[in-house]
Design a protein around this ligand. Structure first.
Ligand SMILES: [Fe+2]
Length: 319
């Protein structure tokens, strides 16, 4: 178990209490000078993540997405995932329109301690009782080329995006605004796990709240809050500290509504009637459990995630 270091995540407790998993709001952090987030260290990290023998995701824990490079100096993806290819990829990010995602970096030495400090600071603010509703925790690193745009989407995680290097804008929309995000899109998202189920409607761009992220700042992104991002003319390094709730806490309510709509009913939108929400969620969860038992489908939480989860619980208990 790691020693508790100084506080790295900061937010006014009252602002946090009023807005947690409800509305985006700004936070602060102290990670920008940390040597593990300099580009050479990130190149090494990318190599380690790419070389994982037991990735969390079957397709691997590194994701590289690039648009055609604006200059003749191409990103050397043809070497990837060879050792030098990864280094070159990170070095060349300044010249490309590239987006590198490194998932579950909390499994790597050094980054684990950073993650644990952040998540414990956050759970101090949420109250430790929330861990019962959490399926797993994660730290994701985003390295983004200058001027790169991240398309409009929604996420399943409850997250805090901490800006470590570079500036960028994040455009948030109110998830309860049904002009912007109809319930049908949320139901499709949860049923088919497609982050682009949410459709961008440019006529509502004026409703966006734009946060200008700069090193040392961050934003809280509640589950399913629509957003898109525009990087400034600089390389951006951002760390997402996040967790996913159990399916029974959030996801299964939307899945229940998906099936109700399919049989011709118009389900009550989530949040309008707590009793109805609870009945639908628990009914769907019970049916899902029976189906999984019949089919022999195990709980999706991996052994690594379970270990990480248990370590966080112990860490919280020791404070
Ligand atoms: Fe996102």
């Amino acid at each position: 178990m790691s020693a508790r270091l100084e506080r790295v995540f900061h937010c006014d407790p009252e602002v946090f209490r009023q807005n947690f998993n409800h509305l985006p709001h700004e936070v602060k952090h102290t990670l920008t000078p940390h040597p593990l987030f300099k580009l050479p260290a990130l190149a090494e990290l990318a190599q380690r993540v790419a070389a994982r023998k037991n990735p969390h995701h079957p397709q691997g824990d590194i994701h590289v997405d690039r648009e055609p490079a604006p200059t003749n100096r191409k990103v050397h993806l043809h070497n990837w995932p060879q050792k030098n290819g990864i280094s070159k990829l990170v070095e060349d990010i300044e010249d490309g329109k590239t987006w590198i995602i490194l998932k579950h970096i909390e499994r790597e030495p050094g980054y684990r301690e950073v993650f644990e400090n952040c998540i414990c600071d956050i759970l101090d603010l949420t109250g430790s009782g929330i861990v019962e509703n959490i399926k797993w925790f994660e730290a994701i690193l985003f390295i983004t080329s200058p001027n790169r745009v991240t398309k409009y989407h929604i996420d399943r995680e409850c997250s805090w995006l901490l800006q470590i290097h570079g500036n960028k804008d994040i455009h948030f929309f109110d998830r309860s605004d049904k002009d912007v995000l109809p319930d049908e899109e949320l139901e499709q998202y949860w049923m088919y796990n497609n982050r682009f189920s949410a459709i961008y409607r440019p006529q509502y761009e004026s409703r966006a709240i734009v946060h200008h992220m700069r090193p040392g700042t961050g934003v809280h992104s509640p589950v399913n809050t629509p957003h898109w991002l525009q990087n400034d003319n600089n390389v951006s390094v951002s760390l997402s500290i996040n967790f996913q709730f159990h399916e029974s806490a959030w996801e299964n309510l939307f899945k229940a509504n998906y099936y109700l709509r399919r049989v011709g009913l118009t389900p009550t939108p989530p949040g309008r009637n707590r009793f109805v929400d609870r009945v639908k969620r628990s009914t769907y969860t019970a049916v899902q459990s029976v189906r999984r038992n019949i089919k022999g489908i195990p709980d999706v939480r991996t052994a690594d995630s379970r270990q990480d989860y248990n370590r966080i619980v112990r860490l919280l208990a020791s404070r």
